[in-house]
Design a protein around this ligand. Sequence first.
Ligand SMILES: Nc1ncnc2c1ncn2[C@@H]1O[C@H](COP(=O)(O)OP(=O)(O)OP(=O)(O)O)[C@@H](O)[C@H]1O
Ligand SMILES: [Mg+2]
Length: 502
Amino acid sequence: MSQLLELKGIHKRFSGVYALKGVDFEVKAGEIHALLGENGAGKSTLIKTIAGVHRPDEGSIRFKGKQVSFNNPRDAQAQGIDTVHQELSLYPELTVAENIFMGHAPKRQIGPFSFIDWGKMEERSKELLAELEVFDVDVRRIVGGFNVGNRQRVEIAKALSHNAQLLIMDEPTAALTEADVGQLFRIVRLLKERGVGIIFITHKLSEVFELCDRVTVLRDGEYIGTKEVKDTSERDLISMMVGRTIDQLFPKQESKFGEVVLEVRNLVREPYTRDVSFKVRAGEIVGLAGLVGSGRSETAQTIFGITPAQSGEILVNGKPLSISDPAQAVEAGIAYVPEDRGTQGLIKQMTIRDNVSLAVLKTLSTFSFIDFPKEDVLAKDAIKRFSIRAYGPEQRVNKLSGGNQQKVVLGKWLASEPKLLIMDEPTRGVDVGAKSEIHRLMSQLAAERGLAIIMISSELPEVLGMSDRVLVMKQGKIVAEFDRKDASQEKVGAAMMSERAA
Ligand SMILES: Nc1ncnc2c1ncn2[C@@H]1O[C@H](COP(=O)(O)OP(=O)(O)OP(=O)(O)O)[C@@H](O)[C@H]1O
Ligand SMILES: [Mg+2]
């Protein structure tokens, strides 16, 4: 395999603080190269430097044997470098074909005038998707209504339309369903076959072993090393990433259960929640398993009052409540960490301090002015507890790395000291160290403070490792329930996939 990309001694500072300190990195044609590191290690910064979003302060980049320096992503694209970003970047109001050919639409010349050749654009879009063996995406449809999997396939087709030779993917599987991950792997392997070099960022080590050829690890902005995947192990990679070994990924403390904190009876919110009943006791962690679309997140949102119930009962500590908006849920002692931190969890232009104290403003303001020192303590506490990589409480959330934003969301809700904590995909996009820290904290809060926790997760090992009880949802109903000791990957998996519920 020939060398495609070669970086030497890359330095990048943001307002004087190093994000990258002398990083070396290389990718060969036809290679899938994993880029690993904890949240804030510099992965996204590195790939943005390759893709022309950032310019390095020092160091050299060679691509296809030539020294390059890109002023912007378009320059990089023109040379054959394309990115599927951590936050997908299609225009929701445009069609598939328009998105793919944004900025380089095929033209038709009539006399002295040139027009966009819509027919050709749609034709080419179809061909590009067919090259990826994607046949069920209508190129005339608006992208807005698509699920993440389809949007991502359109992004990849867009990269192909520029003849990408190096394709960069920043946590492409973070928000995908299992079926979509399968599709993505198939497409990535297809591109590899054709000699495309791929940089693949992920926090899921299993994906490194399943898909990738080599792996490079960054830590605190520094280059730690590169290995052939076949010559390394999960243990090795973890210790390269965090600088120590982590033995237990799901540390679960024994917990004594108290009284029932939450009970829902015959909860209905069409079309996703159809007759759901269950209880959660103090000190208990209840895991909600199910496929995407089974109604888990929607049920959580109904309990939290985002999409209020149409019928059924919600009881907190035995008291029936009508929760018609999140403020009432917070009042009742319920906290909710949403799945999508971008739109539901944080106010990105605000600082860490303001975000963390948002959920507890009531308790912080005596005589209606805000207790700033207390706010500071809460924020510093969250930063320390989750090792959030930030300059301090004053840093704006939109300048944090993706995983560190997730940690701020958790810090915010824990600061409100709830009775019931609902967490939807709590460790999506967070690194192994932080993941084990979040698990430890969940377990500890349940065991020592009697917090009742509902955890939604698409990672079965996480559900099985953390839950005292597992409920399986399908088509808006609970179709199976397992105690910790009876819950196995096979049984829970089988219940998730079982024939359609009536
Ligand atoms: N535009 C920016 N301005 C200031 N600091 C930034 C900016 N972009 C990134 N940083 C900082 O650079 C460091 C590296 O961030 P980066 O986003 O590269 O991490 P990452 O490895 O991608 O993490 P994650 O796994 O959480 O996505 C972080 O400390 C981050 O706060
Ligand atoms: Mg990142």
